[in-house]
Design a binder for this molecule. Structure first.
Ligand code: ATR
Length: 283
């Protein structure tokens, strides 16, 4: 998939799309690796995703997919999905190979690489994951793959957390010992890593959950990012988390994993993250 001779066409598709940071991230990776590419933002009408993808791949090489199209991208690439995509039920990375559309989901590996960067390797950790929507579905399998001791998913609507567990266990029966689910109140015990995957941070509101108990050297991680600490991060600090972080590193990490799929090269995350952080603001 490497393309070092001519400028390949890449992009990110969504609705809305103006806010997307993906072009600057991929352009920086490309400069680092000496790869010529163009990377554009594509606004697709809500009912026009498949047509826009078809049009793009007339000459395009790779496409990132963001809200609200990740499930539709999964359907479009249904014949050629990676295991991670099947586990997530959603696709954020598309490419064409041998005339067929392929799909992967790199959100979870982006999260895991960011946790490692922060010194909190998920291996052997007790992890509490809050939320059972699309954001959460994308990361459950990679966290299990990374070898966590226990992954407990809790959600305001507890049936959705149980459904998510059943979906993963049906595809990966070995996960049943390490993956559990419950409602928001159901988080007894103490945790090495607590991850907020609810959309509550978008409204700067705190997920309706009692404070989790944090272990020594613990991390509270919000999958969303903003120029300032989210309500979840502030509450976690008060509850005793040793470190709190937003999801900017996950954003760069998932982009790096897409880049590696398309170009066969692993770019360096740190300098790109530092540049982005100086624009977004410190947390
Ligand atoms: P997406 O697929 O984009 O993640 P979603 O499916 O609407 O969006 O999921 C949003 C998640 O945030 C859900 O887990 C939701 O909980 P419910 O399933 O009970 O709706 C959660 N969420 C949103 N606002 C919340 C809040 N204020 N407190 C707790 N959970 C919240």
């Amino acid at each position: 998939m490497s393309d070092t001779t001519s400028a390949g066409r890449y992009g990110v598709i969504g609705n809305p799309i103006k806010h997307s940071r993906s072009p600057e991230i991929h352009e920086q990776f490309a400069r680092q690796c000496g790869i010529a590419l163009s990377y554009e933002r594509i606004l697709a009408p809500e009912d026009g995703f498949a047509a826009a993808v078809g049009e793009f791949f007339a000459d395009g090489k790779g496409l990132n997919v963001t809200l609200p199209f990740k499930e539709q991208a999964f359907e479009l690439a249904a014949k050629r999905l990676t295991r991670r995509a099947r586990m997530a039920g959603a696709v954020n990375t598309l490419w064409m190979k041998d005339g067929e559309l392929h799909g992967c989901n790199t959100d979870g590996v982006g999260l895991c690489s960011d946790l490692r960067r922060l010194g909190h390797d998920p291996a052997d950790m007790r992890i509490l994951l809050i939320g059972a929507g699309g954001a959460s579905r994308g990361v459950v399998f990679p966290l299990l793959e990374a070898g966590c001791e226990l992954l407990h998913v809790i959600n305001r609507t507890s049936s959705k957390a149980h459904d998510l567990r059943e979906h993963v266990v049906a595809l990966e029966p070995d996960a049943s010992r390490r993956l559990s689910a419950g409602g928001l109140d159901d988080h007894s015990g103490d945790w090495d890593i607590v991850i907020n995957a609810t959309s509550a941070s978008l409204q700067q509101t705190l997920p309706e959950l009692p404070d989790a108990r944090y272990r020594k050297n613990s991390l509270a991680y919000d999958m969303f990012y903003a120029g300032e600490p989210t309500a979840f991060m502030l509450a976690a600090e008060r509850a005793g988390a040793d470190q709190v972080m937003d999801g900017l590193g996950m954003l760069v990490g998932q982009a790096a994993a897409s880049f590696a799929i398309w170009h066969g090269v692993e770019p360096e995350v740190e300098p790109v993250l530092a540049a982005l952080r100086s624009q977004v603001g410190q947390v």
